[in-house]
Write a protein that binds this ligand. Structure first.
Ligand SMILES: *[C@@H]1O[C@H](CO)[C@@H](O)[C@H](O)[C@H]1NC(C)=O
Length: 178
């Protein structure tokens, strides 16, 4: 019986370790009514984004009135010039979820004419898997050019492998304790 319950506690411990690596859903702006023109610079979505950590696999979630607003994913040029005419992706269902499938910057602007110019825009920078093991600067520098191209797939799988390797090692260590 004692052996059984120890095994259970070891499994629970492993589960806790696993769930801390789980992908998160992150509400953009940190609250439900945040997708709007910011009232001040300190209230801006980029201020929020700079203090938030985004990882590959996390999802961004927007809640807004679908009749009045939308979310456009754009490239860097579209972001800088607030150009709403040619988005990479357009979301207007009022409950938008976008998965962050690679590292690098993601640019989003409001699809409502004029709102982006008034600050309703956000850049989310997903850290490359390697930077998790070094120090992390909370305020990422403006979009590195190397991310401009297609999705970076390779780093994801190597990080996943490393992560599972660590978990297996930890599992063996934990089970060895008993
Ligand atoms: C917006 O982007 C489209 C397509 O890329 C382009 O044709 C248009 O000139 C741009 N408008 C502005 C104001 O930059």
């Amino acid at each position: 019986m004692a052996v059984f319950s120890r095994t259970i506690s070891a499994l629970v411990l492993l589960l806790v370790v696993f769930s801390s690596c789980e992908a998160k859903e992150i509400l953009v702006g940190g609250k439900a009514d945040a997708w709007k023109i910011p009232s001040s610079q300190s209230d801006s979505l980029n201020q929020w984004a700079e203090s938030t950590r985004f990882r590959i696999g996390d999802s961004l979630v927007w809640k807004y009135d679908s009749g009045k607003d939308s979310v456009l994913q754009v490239n860097k040029e579209g972001y800088v010039s607030c150009n709403i005419s040619n988005p990479i992706e357009e979301y207007k269902d009022g409950n938008t979820k976008v998965k962050l499938s690679r590292s690098g910057p993601f640019y989003f602007i409001s699809g409502t004419k004029g709102n982006c110019e008034k600050g309703q825009k956000v850049v989310v920078v997903v850290l490359s898997p390697r930077s998790r093991y070094t120090g992390i600067s909370p305020a990422p520098a403006p979009a590195p050019v190397e991310f401009e191209g297609g999705p970076a797939v390779a780093p994801t799988s190597s990080a996943t492998k490393l992560q599972s390797g660590l978990l297996v090692a930890l599992g063996i260590f934990v089970l060895g304790l008993f």
